[in-house]
Ligand binder design. Structure first.
Ligand code: ADE
Length: 241
């Protein structure tokens, strides 16, 4: 996968050399470049923002540097997917992470201040598929941290990035449920025992227990997720639980 990131703070992205994302880059699974938006300014102050039309607090990112940056970074061939983090965007869910992981080329545009002049996104929509994405119902200083989050959610879904792809099948959100509790050795720690069933070797009962724990945890913590589950994702034994 090819990824381009445009930001006024390229230094925010140094963690992308670390851990499994760093490894994905080193092995060529992820071809990533970070671009400084100010490269495409032409005044001595390298200005990227100005006051909002219509009044109001804060500053808005000017269209000219963004237009030139996207002209340089968006390919002329098959349209890339332009992802712009904003609290006004579509919520980031595992389904969207899967969708983005299937793209050959993602371009991330990091807004700051009150956001990017709307004409930039309207103009880019002629050459790219534009998706505005929100991490949640709160406001960050800018899109940089959101891009780190989105990119981590996407990269771990790329084939070959995770050592054991089975972990993707069992984790929280894989089947519209939260994952239940997990345990490792020792079997007793501070007088707390690992549930006997997990040590029974009975794989059928263990699978059922895990499913029940996932249902209970989801019901307690995220009743909205349980209510949104398609009827065919529940079986008869789930309903009994
Ligand atoms: N930029 C500022 N706040 C944000 C949020 N909640 N999600 C994505 N990008 C943002």
């Amino acid at each position: 996968m090819r990824v381009d990131i445009i930001s006024i703070f390229p230094e925010y992205f140094s963690p992308l050399d670390l851990s499994l994302i760093g490894k994905a880059r080193a092995t060529g699974l992820l071809d990533l470049a970070v671009h400084d938006l100010r490269t495409w300014t032409h005044d001595v102050h390298r200005t990227v923002d100005d006051t909002p039309y219509g009044g109001g607090p804060g500053m808005v990112m000017r269209p000219e540097p963004w237009g030139e940056a996207l002209d340089a970074v968006l390919p002329s061939g098959p349209p890339a997917r332009l992802v712009v983090p904003t609290p006004a965007g579509e919520p980031l869910r595992q389904s969207l992470a899967h969708e983005l992981a299937a793209e050959p080329h993602l371009v991330f545009g990091c807004g700051r201040y009150e956001g990017i002049d709307q004409r930039v996104l309207d103009d880019a929509a002629a050459r790219a598929r534009v998706t505005e994405v929100s991490l949640g119902d709160y406001v960050l200083f800018g899109g940089e941290v959101a891009v780190l989050v989105i990119l981590e959610a996407v990269t771990r879904l790329l084939p070959g990035v995770l050592g054991n792809a089975d972990s993707l099948a069992e984790e929280s959100h894989a089947h519209g449920l939260l994952e239940g509790p997990v345990y490792t050795k020792p079997p007793v720690w501070r007088e707390r025992e690992v549930p006997q069933i997990l040590r029974s070797g009975d794989h059928g009962r263990i699978a059922r227990w895990r499913r029940d724990e996932a249902l209970l945890r989801t019901a307690r913590r995220r009743p909205d997720m349980l209510a949104a589950l398609a009827p065919d994702e529940l079986d008869k034994r789930d309903v009994a639980a």
